[in-house]
Design a protein around this ligand. Structure first.
Ligand code: DQA
Length: 151
């Protein structure tokens, strides 16, 4: 079974209490449970992580690259949080490893402040999931399954 690596960036550990009008009331633990169910449905091993540190996210993308080379990665779903809008390093890590990656946002970033409209992740991503709330995680896992099947 291949791994679906779900990476969450800064402040996503605050889900549940962080701006509930924007991000809803589900916690990150709830999101992990949702992802576990979706991975069970689609036959993936779930690896679910969160970090507030850019370099740690870069290291995890490199790890994903090695997993992909070994044939054990279904893909990465990355909610890079605010690093989406600032991080050339994350862009370069995705490009440099050639991993299959879906960019994800809980909120519709295009309906929010102008500084959220630009993403350094999108040009390096295979697909973008945005604005579906936390359900987007399950939808993105289904999307990865579709990619595996060559849909
Ligand atoms: C986010 C959107 C980003 O603009 C923001 O900085 C986040 C969360 C989202 O999931 O909607 O931290 O990625």
């Amino acid at each position: 079974m291949k791994t679906a690596l779900i990476l969450n960036g800064p402040n996503l550990n605050l889900l549940g209490t962080r701006e509930p009008a924007v991000y809803g009331s589900h916690t990150l633990a709830d999101v992990e449970n949702l992802c576990a169910q979706a991975c069970a449905t689609h036959g993936f091993v779930l690896d679910f992580r969160q970090s507030n540190h850019e370099g740690e996210l870069v290291d995890w993308l490199h790890e994903a690259g090695r997993l992909q080379v070994a044939g054990n990665l279904a893909g990465v779903i990355l909610n890079a949080g605010a690093y989406t809008h600032t991080s050339v390093a994350l862009h370069d890590a995705i490009k440099g490893t050639g991993i299959t990656l879906i960019e994800l946002h809980i909120s519709n970033v295009f309906a929010r402040e102008a500084f959220r409209h630009h993403s350094y992740i999108s040009p390096a991503a295979k697909a973008v999931m945005c604005g579906f709330g936390v359900s987007g995680y399950a939808l993105a896992i289904a999307g990865l399954a579709g990619m595996q099947a060559g849909d």
